[in-house]
Every structure is written in structure tokens, then in C-alpha cells.
Design a protein around this ligand. Sequence first.
Ligand code: ZN
Length: 322
Amino acid sequence: MPTARYQAVADGVFCIETGLYRDGLAACYLIREQDRLAFVDTGTAHTLPGLLGVIDDLGLTPAHVDYVIPTHVHLDHAGGAGVLMAACPNATLVAHPKGAPHLIDPSKLTAGATAVYGEDAFARDFGALVAVPESRAIAAEDGQTFDLAGRRLTFIHTPGHANHHGCIHDAGSKGLFTGDTFGISYREFDTAAGPWLFAPTTPVAFDPDAWPQSLERMLAFAPGAAFLTHYCRIDEPARHVERLRRSINDMAAIALAQADQPQAERKDRIKDAITAHLLADARAHGCTLSDARMTELLAVDLELNAQGLDVWLKRQEKRGGA
Ligand SMILES: [Zn+2]
């Protein structure tokens, strides 16, 4: 078994490094109750050996996995769902009703990801997507609960970052697995003021109107912790939600400032504006990293946020809304 890199972050909750791009960028989680296991998010197809390594470290086998629960079907979260399901004979896939069909037939995800990343980078960073048999998949209703050896997991629908996004409340840890709905917070940006967060507006379904309601839904559980995919645990999420709300509005405003501008190279102008905004925001938070280092750490997000806001603007314009 390859060395698995993971840490216990709560009672029966393990945060696992997926290895995507760089350490500290994308995590996934394993919940353990007695000898039963549930994964929340999966990393990519390349993450599978690491996930099996964690199971082995715990003295268990893939047959002990009851659930594989991607928060949404972006590939940093669900790219490995198919290969993980194939490795775990007793597991049921639990996903948002708008996401589950794309894990059962991943052809559209493959095409979409190829469009965003390009064919070579897609193959290198994510590997091939493997279909999940329909008979092993559950499209989770809003509020549907799942039993992990007596530990209650509640799946709630949380649109905003994506319309196929769900979050999972874990009664065992009183924590919430937030995927991308509680934003991105890289630990490198922590300061005396606490964690720094921003809103990821990844293509293609950013929805700044739906997002705040999803945050209300999440906070109604009074979670003691948020387990973020990007990256790891944040305590007392209610204390940081205002920063995230502001970031959602800031991102929409950056896009809307370009609404009347020509579409040629608009994405690049949005990217420049996001870069300036996030660096200034991190500075105001007390971050002392160099501009070059911050830009390096945020490189993937700056590009994806710019693409997503450009797509969102086009959608607004089609509706005559912008
Ligand atoms: Zn993500």
C-alpha cells in the first residue's frame, strides 16, 4: 500500500490529501463509525491508492465502505467516484439528483472537463472517468438521512457554487462537510485574524442569488466545524460566513463591471480584476506572503473563477438580466 497522507480532524473524521496539483489544495474525507466507513468527496482517479491506504491503516478493507458521497460532480470532488465505487463492493453512491446521472454516465463530464482544462491536462490531472452502475446509486433528496452504523448523515441541497451541490451534516462530529459551498480557505492564508475565505465561481452554474440561502440552511445546523474540500477544518463557521457572503457579492460585482464590455478577452480582464481583488483582500486580512506566492497558490482558482464569471455573465446577458 502507498503511504497515505491524512489526519484525524474530529471524532471519527479523517481529512485525506488527494494530491491534486499541490499539497493543501484539495482534500477528501473518511468518516468512521465502528467498522463502517463513508467517503465524502473522492479526489480524482489518481487518489484511489491513497484512499485504499487509509482504509488499510485503519485495519479495515474496502468491503467496510457503506457510502461514497461526492458533494458535487466537479472533478476535484467526484473524479474518483467511479474507480472508488468499483473498489468498494458494498458501497452505495449518494449524490445530488442533478449530479448522480453524470456519474452513472460520465460522458458529459468528460466533455465538459476537456473543454475547461484541455485534453492533455485532463488526462494528466484527473485520469479517466469510470461509470457508476445505476443500481448502486442514490439520488439524495434534500434532507435525506443515511445511517452509518447508527451515526446519522444528512444530505442537504446547497446550490450557489453549483446547482448539483449538496452538503452533508454529520451528527457524530456535529460538523458539516461543505464541499465548495463554504468557500475556499487555504491554510497558507491563515493569520492572527483566523482563516481567510473566498467564493469559488467555477463554471458553469455559479448562482450568487441562491448561495446565501444555502449558507442559511447550513448554519441552521449550528455546526461546530466546517470540513472544506479546499482545505480541511474550520472551527465555528458561523463566525466566518460574513466574509464569504461578501466574497460572493464581490465576485458578482467584478463580473457585472464587465457587462457592457466587448466579450473578446473579457475573461482575461475579469481574471486580472479577481487577482487584484483577492490579493488586496488577503493583505487586508494580514497575509504577509509575497504577491508572487499568493498568485501561485491561487493560480487554479483565479483561472476557474474568471471562466465561471464569464459564463455567468453570458447567461445573464441571454436572459437580458445584465
Ligand atoms: Zn472544488
